[in-house]
Write a protein that binds this ligand. Sequence first.
Ligand code: NAD
Length: 438
Amino acid sequence: MKISVLGLGYVGAVSLACLARDRHQVIGVDIDSAKLALLSEGKTPVVEAGMVELMAEVMASGRVTVTAEVQAAVHGSDISLICVGTPSAQNGSQDQSAVVRVTRELGAALRSKTAPHIIVFRSTLAPGTVDGMLRPLLEETSGKRHGEDFYVCFQPEFLREGSSIRDYDRPPFTVVGTAHEYPVTVLKALFGHLPCEFHVTSIQAAEMVKYCCNNFHALKITFANETARLCEALGVDSFEVMDLLCRDTQLNISPAYLRPGFAFGGSCLPKDLRATMYLSRQHDVDLPMLGSILASNRQHLEHAISKVLASGRRRIGMIGLSFKTGTDDLRESPLVLLAEHLIGKGLSLSIYDPGVTLSRLLGANRRYIEQTIAHIGSLMRERLEEVVEESDLLIVAQGDPATASALVQLARKDQLLLDLTRLPNRADIKCKYEGLCW
Ligand SMILES: NC(=O)c1ccc[n+]([C@@H]2O[C@H](COP(=O)([O-])OP(=O)(O)OC[C@H]3O[C@@H](n4cnc5c(N)ncnc54)[C@H](O)[C@@H]3O)[C@@H](O)[C@H]2O)c1
């Protein structure tokens, strides 16, 4: 394939070298003449394991040329990978000046190109940048049409400095954001041989995935480091603790707890987090990340409350009250807090939770309901039908299969359903629908 790589820093230089190694014809573009001079001599512009040998090899192969001219690169290739820097601006926003400049130059070059061209943004970009700014800019500067004369994709780069050639060859996965088939076929030909999954999604989702991955990595590092600071103060071996934590691939290192939904609660997580924070204060250990979790969880509850209030509906039916489906445990259930808030705002409420109803009938949780949350207990109904019948807004917080399918029959067109759990059959339910944050 004939490929141009625009921006020859860590990402661009390694991509250029690996693509040329894999026998593609590659044109490298950079505005930095010192980098171009180094490359022309077969030298690497970045310090990376294996790059000295690889650059010398691919430059000698005759498959690589370098230039400062975007025009020449676009006309000499079928696909351009954009790898220019997107550093932080003073105010924390993303400095997009390089990517805007290179996009303008690409658009101008496309004006005089007749064959379809694929533009793949590989620089990390804030979600919405490609569809909201760069694609329109390409259309404006080229006078051509996206999806006909040229195709735009966003393909996040996951390589890490220090092991970038190895990461290029073994990425965690390939994610391509595009709305078109043609670039997918071409990118599969380029990257489909890599030993990983190949996913196609929307451009915005692909942009977001990159941020999300980096944020998750930062979160993991900080979690390990905060845990280690507390372990140090307690005289516990943090490596042993973290090693064991990672051995649990069921709940810890797994997709468990990574599905968006309602706030957490129950009899364990909030109390143990509070105790951890107390312990850290006793030992003068500052743990700002762990210390902010309960506040963030509270914010999630507020988000649900504000959606209910914004709906303007006053007769509320809550489906689910315990902290998760299939239990009758009401201790620290965020749904109890939600119910209390809504009552406090003067809304009328009725509640259905099959687990809690059953336990109340059995007498198991009766004392807790009657003594601790009597004001909520009196709002509980034994049948889902009653709650649906009495409500203008249904808050669905639990989605056991029986309740979810009953809603298809029971919900009315005039009702609004606020879904805190993302019902699998939400498309089949007749009323108006709103997800908590989706
Ligand atoms: N460094 C990494 O490990 C890594 C990993 C994944 C993603 N990313 C992302 O990839 C992008 C590139 O990162 P990097 O570390 O390779 O950046 P870098 O700063 O090392 O290199 C960017 C290159 O782009 C060149 N450039 C700037 N404007 C240009 C223009 N108008 N035309 C041509 N070239 C131009 C610069 O001269 C420089 O050589 C960033 O968005 C970054 O967030 C980086």
